[in-house]
Structures are given as C-alpha cells and as structure tokens.
Write a protein that binds this ligand. Structure first.
Ligand code: ZN
Length: 253
C-alpha cells in the first residue's frame, strides 16, 4: 500500500524548479550495505575507527587500511541499487534543476543513473594517490597492497573522506549554492547529525525552502522540518517520483 503524501507537498513538488535531495546511510541500508559501525565485525571488531579510517592510520599501517576498504568495496560492488536509487533518477529527470547530494560512498546512486550528483564523502570505487592526489580508477587487486601511484609511486588510498579530514571544497560550495536556491529540500535516510551535511537542511530552511524529512526514525531535523514522512525512503521516493513523471502523473489523480 502506498504511503499517503500530504497534498501540499505534491503541489510544491509539481511546481518546484529547484530541488535538492540529501541522502545518507538509510538509503544504502535498503541495498543491504552495513554502516561503518555495523561492518566492524569479526576480525575488524578489534579495531576502532581511528585505526581504520584516518590519514594517521593509513600512514601507520597502510596494508590494514587497504584491506578494510577492499572488503568494504567488495561488499558495496556486490550490492544493487534499490527503489530509492531509481526513484531519485526519475526525480532528476522530471525536475528542471535537481541536485542529489549523498553522504554514501558506495556509488549506488551513480550506478542507478543519477548524474546531477555530489558524492560529498567520496566514492569507494575510486582511489587517489596519498602523496600527489592523482586519481586511479583501476589497479591490480593481486599486486602490492596498497598499490602504487602510476604517476609518482606513492601509495593509493580510497577516495573517501576519513575522520578528521575536510570535505572537498568545490563540492561543498556547490552543495551550499544549490541548497540556497532550493524550493524544496529533502533529507532522506540520514540522521542529519554529521557536519557539514547536517547544516544543509538548516540553510535550505533559512533560504525559504520547504524542508521534508523522510526517515522512519526521529532525528534532530524531524521537528523543525516542514514535513516529516515517517517511513523508509523506499516506501516514499517511488511515490513522489510518480508525481513528477509526465507520462504517469495523471494515474493517481
Ligand atoms: Zn602519486
């Protein structure tokens, strides 16, 4: 059964020129991807995040950090995009100015077909050189761990944002700019607790956007959002997408 969407939200969605969507772990979870904390099982339970996901950890023990991310990468590459991912592709196609900002590193939005996409925390499918920053999109999985940079011989690291690292400035500026222009802002499956992503809904609100939260769990945002849809992203986004797809928008009328 479809969830009931408030008519005010449908009205706003159908006339919105600028829409920004922020996604987080709740969307990845629907594809079976565990959070960082949930993945720390078995041999990994002995390590805390500071030993697996910081530049210091990589300098101290690059092999350990590489192995941790190699396992995560395998897990994420085996996962498939879900209904939320595909609905966001439909929304992108149905809305004149659309931007999807994700905190997820699994690359599933890209694989589903989203192209107006900012991967704020990077993408585990890519690496870059720890020393010179050159990107690498392929490497020998059977060779040295970590593999070396083809350009300078430095060590390759996953192109994800580690604890204690800043977010890529250019991406962050683009996220702020789009958020300030948004008529509608959706916060989807994220606890909205991690800065600077957590500030985006507040900036949207201040700039006059209608802010919608989609989350089965209450977060810091739930009560200040204009509309809180207390449901999983997969139950809501496909319904919303139907309202902006021109060929089907009459269906539910
Ligand atoms: Zn290099």
């Amino acid at each position: 059964m479809d969830i009931e969407i408030p008519s005010e939200l449908i009205r706003r969605l159908q006339k919105a020129e600028h829409v920004v969507v922020l996604t987080g772990a709740g969307v990845s979870a629907e594809s079976g991807i565990p959070t960082f904390q949930e993945a720390r099982t078995g041999v990994w339970a002995a390590y805390d995040p500071a030993e697996l996901a910081t530049p210091q950890a990589f300098l101290r023990n690059p092999r350990l950090v590489w192995d941790w991310y190699a396992e995560r990468r395998q897990e994420m590459e085996a996962a498939q995009p879900g209904p939320s991912h595909y609905a966001l592709v439909d929304l992108e196609q149905g809305i004149p100015h659309f931007l999807l900002i994700t905190q997820n590193i699994d690359g599933l939005h890209w694989r589903a077909g989203s192209r107006e996409l900012l991967e704020l925390h990077g993408n585990i499918g890519r690496c870059r050189c720890f020393d010179c920053g050159t990107y690498a999109f392929g490497w020998d999985e059977e060779g040295a761990k970590p593999p070396s940079c083809a350009h300078c011989g430095g060590l390759l690291r996953p192109d994800v944002v580690w604890f204690g690292e800043g977010l890529p400035g250019q991406q962050l500026r683009a996220a702020y700019r789009a958020t300030e222009q948004a008529h509608l802002f959706f916060s989807v499956g994220t606890s909205a607790g991690v800065q600077p992503a957590a500030s985006l809904p507040l900036i949207a609100r201040r700039s006059g956007a209608y802010v919608v939260e989609i989350n089965p769990h209450e977060t810091a945002l739930s009560l200040m959002a204009d509309c809180w849809l207390r449901a999983t992203p997969g139950a809501v986004l496909p319904v919303l997408a139907r309202w902006v797809m021109p060929q089907t928008e009459e269906e539910d009328a």
